[in-house]
Every structure is written in structure tokens, then in C-alpha cells.
Ligand binder design. Structure first.
Ligand SMILES: Nc1ncnc2c1ncn2[C@@H]1O[C@H](COP(=O)(O)OP(=O)(O)O)[C@@H](O)[C@H]1O
Ligand SMILES: O=C(O)C1=C[C@@H](OP(=O)(O)O)[C@@H](O)[C@H](O)C1
Ligand SMILES: [Mg+2]
Length: 180
């Protein structure tokens, strides 16, 4: 049996599958699943897009940092973050202190295919969302690369296969996942 000893923090771009794959990992390991976007939405009682619109991105980022700090204090879990959460140095430090970060890496074309029909991501409400995604991708990749582990989310893998890949990567870290 596998025992999770630290919270696994899923990081990476919008559409990488942090929420979908994170949910599956938690199910496979029978541990709690947490999502920072979900927590922010619940506390504010309105969707992310509305929080961005009415309160602005800085307000959202402040709530995001608070939520991360709080969720990292709970028992070991799978914690999926929003795509911007790993960009701030203080968030990265917080995550590094009490969890292990996993960059769910996907190439730009795959990300675009997954997000293009969704209206839930306020940062992509621009005149040219595809170009916006590219700009964000290029700026963010060097920061995601600072994560403790990297797992590829390819177009040929199902959510469950990707989740199993992440568990495989975590198994290389006995301080995170212990076989008991
Ligand atoms: N193999 C896969 N891995 C991850 N997501 C997938 C996969 N196949 C389809 N999807 C879909 O792509 C979307 C990924 O979005 P989501 O999990 O919300 O990503 P994120 O939280 O990183 O923005 C979901 O709708 C998910 O069901
Ligand atoms: O990349 C970002 O800055 C964001 C990603 C979103 O989460 P997902 O990565 O889960 O889509 C959400 O937090 C918000 O729209 C901002
Ligand atoms: Mg998500």
C-alpha cells in the first residue's frame, strides 16, 4: 500500500490537466483532493471570471496565496493550483516548505485544444486568445521548470494514464510516497 507523506502540488499552464489529473491521483491514492481555484470560488461565492472582472487580478492573487498557505497546513493531499500560482516567489517558497511540486507539462498546441472552447479562463478573454496563451506559456515555462518533479501530459494519454505517470514519478521520492 502507498502512503502519502507530503502534499503534492500540481502546477503548470491552464489546460494542462491539473484539476482533472489531480482529482484522479487523489482517487487512486485515496487521499483528499484540493483545488485552490475551487476554494477561492467557494469563499467568494462567485466564479473566477467574475472575481477577475469585479475585483481585479491582484485581489485574486492575494486570495490565492492565502488559500495556498491554508491548504498546505492540512493533512497530505493532492492540491491542484491555478496556472498563475507558481509564478510568485513567495508562493513557490511556501509550496517548497511543506509540499512537493509537480509540473504537469504539455505543449502549447495541446493546451490550446483543451482551453479554446472554454469561457471560464478570464486571462484568455482577449482579441487573440491563442496568441495570449503563447505569450503566457513562453513567460511561464522557465518558472514551472523550477518544480521538484516534471511529468508530461501527452495527447495520447488518458487522464488516468497521466495520473499513474505522476504516481510513478512520486514513487521515486520516498520522502513523499512510501510503500508500506
Ligand atoms: N489526458 C488528459 N489529461 C488531462 N486533461 C485532459 C485529458 N484529456 C482530456 N482532458 C480534458 O482537458 C481539460 C483539462 O483541464 P483542467 O483539468 O481544468 O486543467 P487545468 O486545471 O490544468 O487548467 C479537462 O476538461 C479534461 O477533462
Ligand atoms: O493561468 C492562470 O493565471 C489562471 C489559471 C486558472 O486555473 P487553471 O490553470 O486551473 O485553469 C485560474 O486560476 C485563473 O483563471 C488564472
Ligand atoms: Mg484547474
Amino acid at each position: 500500500m502507498l502512503r502519502l507523506k507530503k502534499t503534492v502540488v500540481m502546477v503548470g499552464m491552464m489546460g494542462a490537466g491539473k484539476t482533472a489529473v489531480g482529482t484522479m491521483i487523489a482517487r487512486l491514492l485515496t487521499v483528499p483532493f484540493l483545488d485552490s481555484d475551487e476554494e477561492i470560488t467557494r469563499a467568494a461565492n462567485r466564479p473566477i471570471s467574475e472575481i477577475f472582472e469585479r475585483d481585479g487580478e491582484p485581489f485574486f492573487r492575494a486570495r490565492e496565496s492565502e488559500v495556498l498557505g491554508r491548504l498546505l497546513k492540512s493533512e497530505p493531499a493532492i492540491l491542484s493550483t491555478g496556472g498563475g500560482a507558481f509564478l510568485s516567489e513567495s508562493n513557490r517558497q511556501l509550496i517548497h516548505e511543506s509540499g512537493v511540486s509537480v509540473w504537469l507539462r504539455a505543449d502549447l498546441e495541446l493546451l490550446w485544444q483543451r482551453v479554446r472552447h472554454k469561457t471560464t479562463r478570464p486571462l484568455l478573454r482577449t482579441a487573440n486568445p491563442r496568441e495570449t496563451l503563447r505569450t503566457l506559456y513562453e513567460a511561464r515555462v522557465p518558472l514551472y521548470a523550477l518544480a521538484d518533479l516534471t511529468v508530461d501530459s501527452g495527447p495520447d494519454l488518458s487522464v488516468e494514464e497521466t495520473a499513474r505517470r505522476v504516481i510513478g514519478a512520486l514513487s521515486t521520492r520516498p520522502d513523499v510516497l512510501e510503500d508500506i
